[in-house]
Design a protein around this ligand. Structure first.
Ligand SMILES: [Zn+2]
Length: 255
């Protein structure tokens, strides 16, 4: 028997238990025909799970959930497995052919492929990004992004570039986007962020100097906000929110 993480159009197929809670199918075989891809994957346990991409949708609209809303609607284990399932399906569809010779690649493990002609082996890749609470006494810096429209404020974040470590990346991103220098960079924690295939690495840092000057292409607006007068901030599923909550708690404790 397997748990089946079945996707179509970025949405996950879910079933309803008698008590109204949602889960994923548990069966020997895939409950649907029209399978475009099926991959085995693991999530830190011995159990094998199945990731499926369908070529056409079955069931009603209420049977399909966008991945982000699975965080609130499914047990955490199924949310986490579903994120990995979609990541391996996405990786699989983007690496069908060898980048060196164009031959169709074969799976070697659930997260690696090899080219039968030139023997090149490739692994599923993650893109790391850093995100940070930048504080100045009782205030933190929060911004509204120009590229991703949201009705709440967010922390400064950005993708790690070639040749950078996380701290270099954070200093560069903060300076590029805000004109500020930072100091006392401290690691907080990290979070898989499968939208798609990213890992977010969280830090605390302190203001060291400079005047706010937002990068026009990236930031719509932003300001320093006191810990007890924050605007609307991201929801609980993100490391962004955990970072802000941890910082607010540390400020409140100091009073
Ligand atoms: Zn090749």
């Amino acid at each position: 028997m397997f748990f089946w993480y079945i996707f179509h159009g970025g949405k996950l197929f879910v079933t309803s238990a008698q008590d109204g809670s949602r889960t994923v199918p548990y069966a020997k075989t895939c409950p649907f025909p029209d399978v475009a891809a099926v991959l085995d994957f693991y999530c830190g346990e011995d159990e094998t799970y199945k990731a499926v991409m369908l070529s056409c949708r079955h069931g009603g609209e209420e049977d399909w959930l966008p991945l982000r809303s699975c965080y609130d609607r499914l047990p955490y284990k199924h949310y986490a497995n579903a994120t990995k399932a979609l990541e391996v399906l996405d990786w699989n569809s983007q690496t069908l052919y060898c980048g060196h010779c164009g031959t169709r690649q074969e799976l070697r493990t659930p997260i690696s492929k090899f080219c039968p002609k030139c023997g090149v082996e490739t692994w599923a890749k993650l893109s790391p990004a850093v995100i940070a609470v930048i504080s100045r006494g009782d205030e933190i810096l929060l911004v509204k992004s120009k590229t991703v429209k949201r009705d709440y404020h967010v922390l400064i974040s950005g993708f790690v570039e070639l040749g950078e470590n996380f701290e270099d990346c954070l200093r560069r991103e903060v300076y590029e986007e805000t004109g500020l220098k930072i100091k006392n960079i401290r690691y907080y924690g990290s979070q898989a962020w499968p939208f798609p295939r990213n890992v977010m690495v969280g830090f605390f840092a302190e203001y060291a100097g400079g005047e706010l000057r937002f990068q026009k292409e990236e930031i719509d607006s932003g300001a320093w906000f006191r810990y007890d007068a924050l605007p609307q901030i991201p929801g609980k599923m993100s490391i962004s929110r955990r970072l802000i909550d941890a910082w607010v708690k540390s400020r409140s404790k100091n009073k």
